[in-house]
Design a protein around this ligand. Structure first.
Ligand code: ZN
Length: 302
């Protein structure tokens, strides 16, 4: 997380407004793409395209590398209307040329790398990277398969507050993927949230639930802090996503602090850890009786 770059307070209203597309068009064109100066002119996200279903992807100790040859896809910003289920321009060729409507393109998997993935304790990872300082402004979740590393689906909302309606919508989405059901109690079904740090689920979500007078849902009471997994697996500290990606020599796709882009970048670090042989498991658990958080790894980033 961090300060939201988007002034999202207007987005929920804008999403139902005819001004939406012109607003986001302007917004997109003003987003700089954060990249390291020496990286390739196209990010990893460009490795796969609809025009190149089997690129000559190269494994270099990691999950995926951009192809050395073959057709290249220029990275495009994700259509934020689309991620909200509100894109009305799916038949507009120019719009489709300009914006990505398939998040899978940003999370390509090299099938050769999946052989190196160790048996995981969980079936799915839900990568979550909240944006907002005072209030949660952006709630992006990227779901990937823990074993195949494939992108499965995403849930993305701009919301001023965590509300009952919002949680209902999120629970319906999780229910559709068999990740959670009211009948089975509150925890996730063989899945876990993955965050970069403890702030999102240790601090921010409980705080928002308190403000909204909502009982903290049980599924938010345990999570994986990727920084702890990273520290214990590579035996080196990374204080944030940017550091991890720099150390792993992974180019950053999209705009840092746009929650959906950060979630995708964190998902790419998850894919890389899996491909390198890490077993990704829970790192923190809130005790329901006391509300205290118990950290499950001795060696962790504080
Ligand atoms: Zn669109």
């Amino acid at each position: 997380m961090a300060v939201a770059r988007v002034s999202s307070s207007c987005l929920p209203r804008l999403l139902s407004s005819p001004l939406l597309h012109s607003f986001l068009r302007h917004f997109y064109s003003s987003i700089p793409t954060v990249r390291r100066p020496h990286q390739r002119s196209f990010p990893i996200a460009a490795a796969l395209s609809e025009a190149s279903p089997s690129p000559h992807a190269v494994m270099e100790g990691g999950a995926m590398e951009a192809p050395r040859s073959g057709p290249r896809r220029t990275w495009k910003p994700t259509c934020l209307y689309y991620t909200q289920g509100k894109c009305t321009m799916m038949d507009d060729t120019l719009h489709l040329e300009k914006f990505n409507h398939n998040l899978m393109l940003d999370l390509p998997v090299n099938t050769a790398a999946t052989d190196k993935v160790k048996d995981q304790k969980l079936d799915y990872f839900l990568i979550l990277d909240l944006e907002g300082k005072v209030e949660i402004l952006e709630f992006p979740v990227v779901m990937i398969d823990a074993q195949s590393m494939e992108f499965i689906d995403s849930f993305h909302r701009y919301s001023l507050l965590v509300s009952r309606d919002f949680l209902q919508e999120f629970e319906d989405w999780m229910g559709n993927h068999n990740l959670w059901s009211k009948e089975q109690g509150g925890s996730l079904n063989s899945a876990a949230f993955v965050t970069c740090g403890n702030w999102d689920l240790k601090t921010k979500v409980p705080e928002q639930c308190r403000v909204s007078k909502i009982k903290l849902p049980t599924y938010f009471m345990e999570w994986i802090n990727l920084k702890d997994i990273y520290l214990n697996f590579y035996n080196r500290r990374a204080t944030g996503m940017m550091t991890m990606m720099r150390q792993l020599e992974m180019p950053i796709a999209g705009s840092h602090h746009l929650g959906i882009d950060d979630s995708k970048n964190i998902a790419r670090v998850v894919q890389r850890l899996l491909a390198d042989g890490a077993v990704i498991q829970m790192t923190a658990k809130r005790q329901s009786a006391t509300s205290d958080v118990k950290f499950l790894f001795k060696n962790r980033i504080r």
